[in-house]
Design a protein around this ligand. Structure first.
Ligand SMILES: *[C@@H]1O[C@H](CO)[C@@H](O)[C@H](O)[C@H]1NC(C)=O
Ligand SMILES: *[C@@H]1O[C@H](CO)[C@@H](O)[C@H](O)[C@H]1NC(C)=O
Ligand SMILES: *[C@@H]1O[C@H](CO)[C@@H](O)[C@H](O)[C@H]1NC(C)=O
Ligand SMILES: *[C@@H]1O[C@H](CO)[C@@H](O)[C@H](O)[C@H]1NC(C)=O
Ligand SMILES: [Fe+2]
Length: 461
């Protein structure tokens, strides 16, 4: 019975696809306000014990996955900067020394923020680590990725614009219920503290405590969004990205970048490039020069999958943030086609959308060729800003659905990008209303370097 319904629904979707090249989902989410969890919520609880480390999170700490940056906050005094770590088979405890800092934002003063990089870890190994030495120790664990190589299977989770609402909590729990997600590719807009008066940075702390249950155990790869800018000259806060850069470090130096806001990493069979939508990207700027030098370095024989993360989407058919990514698209899209990027993930729009493989690089101001065309060298563009923050869903779409838009739906959720080998990756999008096993949208990705055929779901002619 259920299967029949699914099949019929599938046929309707397929029919819709063949007619206009795109699907606007028939799924209608109940419209209800998206509210932030109150400060006394269970997920924001301060861990017990004097000066106990809180807001523990990890990210990749070098270029190829043998390093991990461990970050945490101590509330009462700096305490120790040391991370103790060991593997299951080898009980010898190693230690690494980090740094501590604090910052002020208007009348808020942060706790003691620690960052410590563990280096030269064994590949594909379960590690345990401890922070809070001398006061209250807390223990966590992570698994290092396999050695970088072309056929290494690896599964990434995709989350964006999470915030800290009751829906955010559902999205995170939904992602956690998938046992396969090994690393989160986070496409920007973290805490939404800036929606509070004076950008109340207490909401940065609550966000850190909320996400610890995942981010202390698997790396979250950070991208900066507009809610990380925190530029408020009216109250004397004139340095953009201050809270974000103090709290969330990235291994940018390892990829020759001069800013933590744009960088690259290799992980298993993927090469991941993170860009900043809110830093200068025009010709001659640091980000432009870095990306120009970076793309030729990607060796698809070593890392077949070329993935780009950014916050503001280049292709977006919602009436929210419409065309905000356009100027960056004009600058960089020809490179993405030339270097055959497999997929671009963005957030910003609080909804979900997947494009066909398209490009729009022929236009030169006078020739009138300004329509996106089907292009098998181009990436698929996915907007996954549907983490569930307090601003609510973007529901208003441009009509009719553009031909390049393969699937769009205004629901909260997350996605999974599961690399099988050098030619195939399976991608699924999971709306929060369904169980983890249900994929509301799914498609095979064929690698653009090793297997540049048209994917079976492609419908745009
Ligand atoms: C910061 O200033 C605002 C506005 O005056 C006030 O409501 C808030 O309580 C202050 N916070 C702290 C930590 O002093
Ligand atoms: C958040 O989700 C977790 C996991 O499902 C649950 O245990 C917790 O009670 C939730 N908290 C809130 C405030 O919704
Ligand atoms: C949707 O967006 C369009 C364009 O901004 C606007 O004209 C229209 O009123 C909006 N519709 C709703 C229901 O908000
Ligand atoms: C790659 O993975 C796909 C999907 O699982 C499979 O069909 C294909 O045979 C694999 N290729 C190789 C060379 O193993
Ligand atoms: Fe945003």
């Amino acid at each position: 019975m259920g299967l029949t319904v699914l099949l019929v629904f599938g046929l309707i979707l397929n029919a819709a696809m063949l007619c206009n090249g795109g699907v606007t989902s028939l799924f209608v989410r109940k419209v209800e306000p998206t509210k932030d969890m109150p400060l006394d919520s269970d997920v924001f609880r301060v861990p017990p014990g004097y000066n106990a480390p809180q807001q523990v999170h990890i990210t990749q700490g070098d270029h190829d996955g043998k390093g991990v940056i461990v970050s945490w906050v101590t509330p009462s005094e700096p305490g120790s900067n040391t991370v103790l770590y060991w593997t299951a088979n080898d009980k010898h405890k190693y230690h690494a020394e980090g740094h501590v800092r604090k910052y002020k934002f208007y009348n808020y003063t942060s706790g003691f923020i620690h960052h410590c990089t563990l280096r030269n870890l064994k590949i594909d190994t379960q590690y345990y680590y401890e922070v809070g030495i001398k006061h209250t120790m807390r223990q966590f664990s992570f698994r290092t990725p396999p050695k970088v190589g072309p056929d290494v299977p690896y599964t990434f989770g995709l989350i964006g614009d999470l915030g800290q609402s009751f829906d955010s909590n559902r999205t995170l729990a939904h992602y956690e219920s998938n046992p396969n997600g090994q690393t989160v590719l986070y496409v920007g807009d973290l805490s939404y503290a800036d929606n509070y008066p004076f950008h109340d940075n207490v909401r940065w702390d609550t966000w850190g405590r909320f996400t610890e249950r995942s981010a202390a155990y698997q790396p979250w790869i950070w991208t900066a969004g507009n809610h990380e800018i925190d530029f408020v000259p009216e109250i004397g806060e004139k340095v953009p990205f201050k809270p974000y850069r103090n709290r969330y470090h990235t291994p940018y130096r390892a990829s020759g970048s001069t800013s933590s806001l744009w960088y690259s990493i290799k992980r298993a069979s993927a090469y991941i490039i993170v860009l900043s939508s809110y830093s200068a990207y025009g010709k001659y700027t640091p980000q432009y020069r870095w990306l120009e030098a970076e793309l030729p370095k990607v060796d698809r024989k070593e890392t077949p999958w070329l993935i780009v993360l950014m916050h503001s989407p280049w292709y977006n058919s919602y009436n929210y943030h419409y065309m905000e990514g356009e100027t960056m698209r004009v600058m960089y899209e020809p490179w993405f086609v030339q270097y055959k990027v497999d997929v671009v993930f963005a957030g910003h729009v609080h909804a979900y959308e997947r494009s066909e493989r398209i490009s729009n690089i022929a236009y030169n101001v006078v020739n009138g060729q300004c329509t996106p065309i089907s292009d098998q060298s181009a990436p698929v563009y996915i907007t996954i800003g549907d983490g569930g923050n307090l601003e609510g869903l973007a529901t208003n779409m441009t009509e009719p659905q553009p031909k390049y838009s393969a699937y769009r739906e205004a629901s909260f959720g997350h996605a999974i990008f599961e690399i099988k080998n050098r030619t195939h990756a399976y991608y699924t999008w999971h709306r929060n209303q369904d169980g983890e096993a249900v994929a509301a949208d799914s498609t095979w990705f064929y690698n653009r370097f090793w297997y540049p055929l048209e994917e079976p779901t492609s419908a745009m002619k």
